[in-house]
Ligand binder design. Sequence first.
Ligand code: GRF
Length: 203
Amino acid sequence: MPTLGVLLSGRGSNFRAIAGAIDAGKLDTEIAVVISNRENAPAIEHARERGLNAIVLPSKNLEREAYDRLVVAELRRNRVDLVILAGYMRILSGYFLREFPLRILNIHPSLLPAFPGLDAQHQAIAHGVKFSGCTVHFVDEGLDSGPIVAQAVVPVLDADTAETLAARILVEEHRIYPQAIALVLSGSYRIEGRRVLAADARG
Ligand code: GRF
């Protein structure tokens, strides 16, 4: 069975949604390891309560690639097939990307390519868009820029703050991330340029 390695830095609600989907039999995989680069990430405690292998690898004061070599070694040791970024607040080095080509997924709280980077929900409100949402994408060398696997749309309401919009988007994140992971694990897709297409879609 292909396995997941989850990288995170904080709250870990997406991690919980993924673990819940596995427990519910909706996602046929195992989480081989959960790695946090921050010592105080609440998700680590939660992962351990679930009986998962959860470790903290502090990234502070380490150069990007030196740190990524530690992470990749841990992923390899745990025989991880697919890397899941779930609120992981670090940019990956070229080394990491080359070690897992098209084997790293991220979720971002906007409809990419709109509003990449930090505070995407705040960016959406400030820009005045009427709809926003979330995007699951393969990770490449750019910022939130790889081929898109799944997206979900939510309305932006007049009364919204960045916080209320983030909460509405998060519900969709928890729904589409497990689905996107299931698709990638199934291998039933192909990539044409930037497009991730169902394997049986006509070319
Ligand atoms: C989510 O909004 C996700 O889209 C972004 O970081 C946040 C992580 O939240 N990449 P959580 O730690 O999964 O609760």
